[in-house]
Design a protein around this ligand. Structure first.
Ligand code: ZN
Length: 700
């Protein structure tokens, strides 16, 4: 009885609040409050879910959420069933409990009641609340908004087939100026892997123009037998294509949303985890043996998303609704790991507490040895490509906290609408936090290019336990790298023979037969030919991934290339002419440096007291140096100039191959770029230039 006084007081407070807000869907306050009866129950409708919230009962160990179908007059037309159990480790704010009830047929009307339990002792139910749930998104009388997927039309009895996907996306494109579709790959069974590109008022026309908007990416269905997220993606695409609300228009006016509904179209058609070859595609994003992953990684290079989500389903019914996990391979830059974790813990956990969903770390509550650091997994691979991102798992079965859900349509709808909630939250997080995302990306790219610190072949950043009471008290395994998986002294480059470079790796299972050269090009790495060798400098934005494919110690390597170590450190007096491959690290060079035609200079953390001139070189890679200029790179195949301090003019001209990277430099003097076959890029990381920025570098 000691709880009663406080309960009555809280009820009074809520009653006052009601008078002000006038919310219609709150239980009527009754003066005849029973001991330990839940007070202040209210319901709020979302897309495919209803958020119940109530005033906590002191001493309650958990709560049961009851749902009853009712007619328009609120008379029951079906059984009252316990649909949810709220546990005190469910959310980050236990003083204001919420529960997202889901699984019902959208548009139906229900009565809800909630009761506390002390151990197994059930306390009185609250007064009921009633509500009509939201129908499937979109006004049936508005063209476009009226589209419905096969899954929606069949009340989740059928998943949307490949043919229905094509028909649906064709209609999105036909009826909305905001959407276009590109094919990013073709499967072994000749299905298109499509990507929806959505922007306002129209999507940018080219990959480079999309990249300039700092796009975000949702990968919906890599495991063909985990279809819940894919159905959410179709609904999300319709909301984005036809939503006229301020939020949607604002988001799409500021960025581009990339949605890949079916990277594993063959596996979806067969309802199998892998593709036709039996390959788990989410173990192939680094090796890119398969056509689907090869095309996807090509797309990443071209479109350069800055944030992403990767959708799955997970079989642990004890875990939260929505297990999530950041990229955590130990070579992922700290800034990307931290920002991804902030997205999950600061945004998803908080919004989950608002709306009643239960995000937790992947592997929470005895989820097993999952969520590790394999670079073959998209989550980690994106992190190594400087993308803030998270895995999303949809809890497969209802389990003890969602009883009476079964395995049919209720279960499918709960999963899909929890994914739709997450993806919409991801869009909101992106819109509110873009500066932080871009800051993390900038720090990551400049860190990777600096080639600083050890290389880890396998192993993860630890995921700290989120403070109790919360869902994260059981984070995934530590997964610290073993000493044998660490290379303390990173090379400055890898060198491949002609045969290695042009070989087709002996893939198991059989892949698409692409060569090492084609795969490295798909990743977007700069490779320069010096004599009969192919040199891959580590001074690149994806430095953390390079050894995982090219080092002899790699756990799942592509080819065992030769490590190249710096040959010049310390003091070098006088003029220097570079021939062959020269790596310079932490050196001081007093005289002018000339890079001979066909040679490559890779220099980090060094002081060049004289000018650098490269004409017709195989490559010039300069990061974190000081240079008393001028610095001139002309007619050279591979060019990267990043985070240097240059006194004097910088000229990047007439370079024949892929875009030179010129970023994060401080230049006291002009920056001139002319005649390059592809305009140089700064990847969104500006140079600080006191003189004019001219020609192709005017915008850098
Ligand atoms: Zn999966």
């Amino acid at each position: 009885m000691r709880h009663q006084g406080r309960t009555a007081l809280l009820a009074a407070v809520v009653a006052v609040g009601l008078a002000v807000t006038g919310s219609p869907a709150v239980a009527h306050e009754s003066l005849a409050v029973e001991p330990n009866q839940v007070q202040g129950l209210s319901v709020r409708q979302g897309d495919g879910y209803a958020t119940l919230s109530w005033i906590p009962v002191p001493g309650a160990t958990d709560y049961q959420i009851e749902r009853t179908p009712v007619d328009a007059n609120d008379n029951p037309i079906g059984p009252a069933q316990i649909r949810g159990v709220w546990r005190p480790d469910r959310q980050v704010r236990n003083d204001s409990p919420t529960f997202a009830d889901a699984g019902f047929n959208p548009g139906d009307r229900f009565r809800w009641r909630v009761r506390a339990r002390f151990g197994t002792a059930e306390q009185p139910f609250s007064e009921p609340v009633f509500g009509t749930t939201r129908p499937y998104w979109g006004d049936p009388s508005v063209p476009g908004q009226s589209l419905r997927t096969q899954w929606e039309r069949t009340a989740a009895a059928q998943f949307t087939s490949y043919e229905e996907e094509l028909a649906y996306t064709n209609e999105l494109v036909r009826l909305s100026e905001r959407v276009r579709v590109v094919e990013i790959a073709r499967t072994a069974e000749n299905r298109a892997v499509n990507m929806l590109i959505i922007g306002y008022p129209t999507p940018p026309a080219t990959p480079e123009a999309v990249a300039a908007t700092s796009p975000l990416l949702i990968n919906c269905n890599v495991h063909g037998n985990e279809p819940g997220d894919r159905e959410a993606c179709f609904i999300l695409a319709r909301q984005l294509a036809f939503g006229d609300d301020a939020r949607t228009v604002d988001l799409l006016s500021h960025t581009t949303v990339l949605i890949v509904p079916s990277i594993n179209a063959d596996g979806r058609a067969r309802n199998t985890r892998g593709n036709t070859s039996g390959q788990d595609l989410n173990r192939d994003y680094s090796l890119i043996r398969q056509p689907e992953t090869f095309g996807f990684v090509n797309m990443l290079r071209e479109y350069r998303p800055v944030a992403g989500y990767d959708g799955h389903e997970f079989g642990n019914s004890n875990a939260g609704d929505l297990p999530m996990l950041p990229p955590r391979h130990a070579n992922v830059a700290k800034s990307i790991f931290d920002e991804s974790l902030r997205m999950i813990e600061n945004h998803m956990y908080e919004r989950g507490a608002d709306d009643g969903w239960w995000p937790c770390p992947y592997g929470c509550q005895g989820g097993g040895n999952v969520g590790l650091g394999q670079e073959t997994i998209l989550r980690n691979n994106l992190g190594l490509k400087n993308v803030v991102n998270s895995l999303l798992e949809l809890r497969s079965s209802g389990g003890p906290t969602r009883p009476n859900e079964g395995s049919g349509q209720e279960n499918r709808r709960r999963k899909t609408f929890s994914a739709l909630w997450t993806f919409n939250q991801f869009l909101d997080y992106y819109r509110a936090n873009l500066p932080a995302i871009l800051q993390a990306r900038e720090e990551s790219i400049t860190f990777q290019i600096s080639n600083t610190g050890r290389v880890v072949f396998r192993g993860s950043h630890p995921i700290p336990a989120h403070p109790a009471p919360h869902p994260g008290q059981a984070p995934p395994p530590v997964d610290a790298p073993l000493p044998s998986q660490i290379l303390e002294d990173a090379p400055c480059a890898y060198s491949l023979t002609e045969e290695q470079y042009n070989s087709v790796p002996d893939d198991r299972p059989a892949g698409s037969g692409t060569t090492v050269a084609q795969r490295l090009a798909a990743h977007g790495w700069k490779v320069v030919k010096v004599g009969d060798r192919y040199v891959v400098p580590m001074t690149q934005p994806e430095r953390g991934l390079i050894p995982l494919l090219l080092d002899v110690q790699a756990v799942e390597g592509m080819v065992a290339a030769e490590r190249v170590y710096p040959t010049l450190t310390g003091l070098h007096d006088g003029r220097l002419k570079v021939s062959g491959v020269l790596c310079v690290d932490e050196a001081k060079l007093t005289g002018p440096v000339t890079v001979a035609p066909g040679a490559v200079l890779i220099a980090t953390r060094s002081a060049f007291d004289g000018p650098i001139d490269a004409s017709g070189a195989a490559g010039v890679f300069l990061a974190n140096n000081t240079v008393v200029g001028p610095l001139r790179v002309s007619g050279s195949a591979g060019v990267l100039v990043a985070s240097n301090q240059v006194t004097g003019p910088v000229e990047v001209s007439n370079n024949p191959d892929g875009a030179a990277l010129v970023l994060a430099n401080t230049v006291e003097g002009p920056l001139r770029c002319t005649g390059n076959s592809t305009a140089p890029l700064n990847l969104g990381i500006a140079n600080s230039v006191t003189g004019p920025k001219e020609g192709q570098c005017a915008g850098l």
